[in-house]
Design a protein around this ligand. Sequence first.
Ligand SMILES: [Zn+2]
Length: 366
Amino acid sequence: MTAMMKAAVFVAPGRIEIADKPIPGVGPNDALVRITTTTICGTDIHILKGEYPVAPGLTVGHEPVGVIEKLGSAVTGYREGQRVIAGAICPNFNSYAAQDGVPSQDGSYLVPQGLCGCHGYKATAGWRFGNLIDGTQAEYVLVPDAQANLAPIPDGLTDEQVLMCPDIMSTGFKGAENANIRIGDVVAVFAQGPIGLCATAGARLSGATTIIAIDGNPHRLDIARKLGADVTLNFRECDVVDEIMKLTGGRGVDASIEALGTQSTFASALRVLKPGGTLSSLGVYSEDLTLPLSAFAAGLGDHKINTALCPGGKERMRRLINVLESGRLDLGLLVTHEFKLDDIVAAYELFANQRDNVLKVAVKPH
Ligand SMILES: [Zn+2]
């Protein structure tokens, strides 16, 4: 008899529901992880609404915290019963893309299926959980290429403290890294959802000394101050571009980070950028973008525009955990609500509608 587990699956646009599924078998390079805590991401809301297509019946979620239940025969250096996380992005690190420094764009494992004919380069294909394979909003998840992707959790850190590592912290910090921040920089961070908040914290750790955080939600701006923002601007109360140009004496910011994925935040991030500055974009866009010509200096402004998908892999996770273990940052305060996996429909409802000042929900199978 096949052992079964509960999992949150995408049924159709507007419907993610709990279903019974078989506990997956473990191949030589896999690890079966028993989920102790997972969470819901803004990307899962795009999936729920049908804005980002996934196969019906797929288990959603891509942020695992758990315990190794069973290790594949080829996976060494870990033990069953060990607490671990894995990145939301699980590349296999064998591809041309990975060896070229962009493992998140690694689709090499799709080559045998004929889904990737370009030697492993396939945009976003490093993102497997809850996208191409069953995800983490379940009692168990199968971690592929476990040797490259499992990161042990130190005893002193709780599930809630490391829950941001797989995606939110990794993505937010990548926003700061891609902004080419230097000590003493002025940085503007557009949108202070969980990822924007982590970009603010990352800008602080990177040496920016004037960090301007922008959002329309006063509660989120308060959290931004706690995580490192020096100035907060509510776009409902001021003209953000005017205000930032005043704050910088007309110079513009050294770097701007876009953490929402809309035309208006992208355009503002470009309008406040100094000539030669870097726009680091994290947002997930769902429409064509237009570059405002004047802000783009007709293409002659020496601007740099960087985009990113969340970095994964055990070395990335180890570094993020190291930041938390050092005490330089506590992201536990982003976890505002807790739900049982059985109640995940209610968790989606709360999170999608941003009720009750929710930032992130902890979802626990047991
Ligand atoms: Zn995510």
